[in-house]
Structure formats: structure tokens, C-alpha cells
Design a protein around this ligand. Structure first.
Ligand SMILES: NC(=O)c1ccc[n+]([C@@H]2O[C@H](COP(=O)([O-])OP(=O)(O)OC[C@H]3O[C@@H](n4cnc5c(N)ncnc54)[C@H](OP(=O)(O)O)[C@@H]3O)[C@@H](O)[C@H]2O)c1
Length: 328
């Protein structure tokens, strides 16, 4: 027997990288949701028109706006830009709790913030833990309030398009960290978004299968691939019809790479964060391979099996179609 499901969903950040794909998947779902897009007054985001969508744009400093934005909502997905972490996220969560929301998807969607090494390596990770702790504190006064945190590691397609993972495809340059053979998990952005929609589709409780309550106050680990930097580069080479001789490939010590990022951050250069986040995932002994540590929820959520070369090809095609549409 399964209990009722989530019907009314508020999505914050619905025009962003993650939020836009969550919205797309919600609209495609056979379950008919009432979707409230909550957005800042000065937002530049453009949202699709659909009868199931209500857009509520207003000041996040206004208690009455937030109370009306979250009124009647079962679940809130916070697909928020990193600058909103933690203060704005916590403000939104407090308002959601006061409005009676029971399920919060906090802005996780990255590295394993259940791993002490990962938590300590980057300030953003401890801020994310702080958000989860704030929800549990609020639950003392708001019975039944729970969080569900989705762990994905760096998004593969998004990262390749941005030249992250130290693989610069247009310039055919790669920097392998400590040989690039350490295994880690990585998830396509579309799969990460789909996992949230699969979680939202679960019954609240069930005696015959997975339910949302199984994931209450827990991190949910999903992954498209358990792979290595060298395997991703091999795939990029297969897809682009190139080989090592076409690339400039250098090697760097992973620890030194992370420390360089930390030093940049200490000097006020936020871009050092990329070294810290990607380096800690790729180093091999810091929690990047969470599949081996905790297992995955891919099967329970019915996520599709994916092919590395197809994912790389799709990421590169998406980049080139966006580049040509920019030119037009
Ligand atoms: N795993 C990865 O590779 C990876 C990469 C990037 C991000 N992430 C994580 O994924 C989550 C979502 O990131 P994202 O890249 O999808 O976000 P994003 O596209 O940068 O921003 C999402 C939305 O946040 C809102 N926003 C922007 N600045 C804000 C501010 N100062 N205060 C409040 N709201 C603001 C905007 O919505 P409105 O304009 O509608 O208000 C924006 O569309 C975060 O938890 C982030 O840590 C993971």
C-alpha cells in the first residue's frame, strides 16, 4: 500500500542550469503537478508558459511574499545559484517551513557532503551541511519537515562544455591529475535533474516499494558513470577522432593542484574553487568515488543506463549548436 504523493511543487531557480531541467522533466511527467516558480523580482529568467505553472516573482526580503509563494506547497526544490548559499537558502527554507511545507530539496547537487574529507576541503560544502542542519533544527517546531539531498559530483556534460575536468576540447589540451587514473563518479546534468523528479514522484510512504520517506533527511547518491579523468579524455578522443598525438597532455600532482586552488581562494580569487572542487573529486582518496563508499540509488529511482561516448558526443553537439545559435 502506498500513501499519497506530492502534488504541489515550488521550484526556486527554475531558469538556472539545474532548475530549467527539473522544470522540463516535471512538465513531461505523466503525474500532473501544480508547479509554482518562485523567482526574484529582478530576475532575468524566462520561463515556459504552461497551464500547470504559476509564476510568483517578488522580493525574498518580504515575509508576506514568501508566505504566499509557498502557501499550499508540498515540496520545495531549491535549485539556487551558489551566492544564495547559505543565507538566502535558509531564509527561503524558514518561510517554506512556516507555510507548512514538508519536503525540502536543499541546494546540494554536487560533491558528497556526507564525507568529512569533502566537507572540510571546500567552504561551500560546510555551508551546505549548515543548510541541512538548519532544516533539522526547524523540524523541531515544524513537525514532519524533512530534507532530501541529491549528490551528483560535477555534472559531466556541463563540465566538458566549460572545459572543466582539465580537458580543454577546443584547444586540445589536457592536464591529468596524478596520472588521471583515479576513479570518481560524475553525473550528466539531465540525469541529475531527472533524479529529483523521480524522487518527487514517489509516494510519501509505501510498504511495497521505494517511498520519499526512505530518503527523508538523507543524501541520495546518483551517478551516470564511475570513471576516471583518463577514461573521459579517451572518450573525448574517440568522439572527436583524435589521439594523444593531437593533444598537449601534461601531468600534475593532484594535491598540489588543490593547494593552488586553496591559495587562490585565500587571495580572494573565487576561481580557485574549481581546482578545489574538481581536484578533490579527481584525487582518488577524498570521496570522489562515493559509489564504492555508499552505493547508488540509480536503480531504485529507475534512472537510465548511460553510455560515456554518447554522453560526451551529446555534450559537444550541445556546445556547438549553442555556439552557432549565438552567432545567428
Ligand atoms: N555538480 C555540478 O557540476 C554543479 C555545477 C553548478 C552548480 N551546482 C549546484 O547546483 C545547484 C544549482 O546551481 P545552478 O548552476 O543550477 O544555479 P544557477 O543556474 O547559477 O542559478 C539558479 C538560479 O538561482 C537564482 N539566483 C541567482 N542569483 C541569486 C541570488 N544571489 N540569490 C537568490 N537567487 C539567485 C536565479 O533564479 P531567478 O532569476 O529565477 O531568481 C537563477 O536562475 C547549486 O546547489 C549548486 O551548488 C552543481
Amino acid at each position: 500500500m502506498a500513501s499519497r504523493t506530492i502534488n504541489n511543487i515550488a521550484l526556486v531557480g527554475a531558469g538556472g542550469n539545474m532548475g530549467a531541467l527539473v522544470l522540463k522533466n516535471l512538465l513531461k511527467s505523466s503525474l500532473k503537478y501544480n508547479i509554482t516558480i518562485v523567482s526574484r523580482l529582478d530576475s532575468k529568467s524566462i520561463f515556459p508558459e504552461d497551464p500547470s505553472i504559476t509564476i510568483k516573482a517578488g522580493s525574498y526580503d518580504s515575509d508576506s511574499f514568501l508566505a504566499s509563494a509557498f502557501s499550499g506547497t508540498d515540496a520545495v526544490v531549491l535549485a539556487l545559484h551558489f551566492e544564495a548559499i547559505p543565507d538566502m537558502a535558509i531564509r527561503l527554507i524558514k518561510a517554506a517551513a512556516a507555510a507548512g511545507v514538508k519536503w525540502i530539496f536543499p541546494p546540494e547537487f554536487g560533491s558528497d557532503t556526507g564525507n568529512e574529507v569533502m566537507i572540510n576541503v571546500a567552504p561551500i560544502h560546510s555551508l551546505k551541511v549548515g543548510i541541512r542542519n538548519a532544516i533539522e533544527e526547524l523540524a523541531k517546531d515544524h513537525q514532519g519537515l524533512k530534507w532530501v539531498g541529491v549528490v551528483t559530483n560535477p555534472w559531466l556534460d556541463w563540465s566538458l562544455q566549460k572545459g572543466m575536468y582539465e580537458i580543454d576540447i577546443p584547444n586540445r589540451k589536457a592536464t591529468l591529475l596524478s596520472g588521471g587514473t583515479a576513479k570518481f563518479n560524475t553525473t550528466n546534468l539531465s540525469t541529475a535533474a531527472l533524479s529529483i523528479v523521480r524522487l518527487l514522484a514517489l509516494p510519501i510512504t509505501s510498504s511495497s516499494g521505494p517511498s520519499l520517506s526512505d530518503y527523508g533527511n538523507r543524501l541520495v547518491y546518483i551517478s551516470s558513470f564511475r570513471t576516471s579523468q583518463r577514461e573521459i579524455l579517451d572518450s573525448v578522443q574517440r568522439v572527436t577522432g583524435t589521439s594523444d598525438s593531437d593533444w598537449t597532455i601534461t601531468n600534475r600532482d593532484a594535491q598540489e593542484y588543490i593547494e593552488e586552488g586553496a591559495a587562490k581562494i585565500a587571495n580572494g580569487d573565487i576561481w580557485g574553487m574549481a581546482n578545489v572542487l574538481y581536484g578533490s573529486v579527481m584525487k582518488g582518496d577524498m570521496g570522489g568515488d562515493y559509489e564504492s563508499a555508499w552505493g547508488l540509488s540509480n536503480t531504485a529511482l529507475g534512472l537510465p543506463k548511460e553510455d560515456l561516448d554518447e554522453s560526451v558526443r551529446a555534450a559537444l553537439q550541445d556546445t556547438s549548436s549553442r555556439a552557432s545559435s549565438n552567432v545567428a
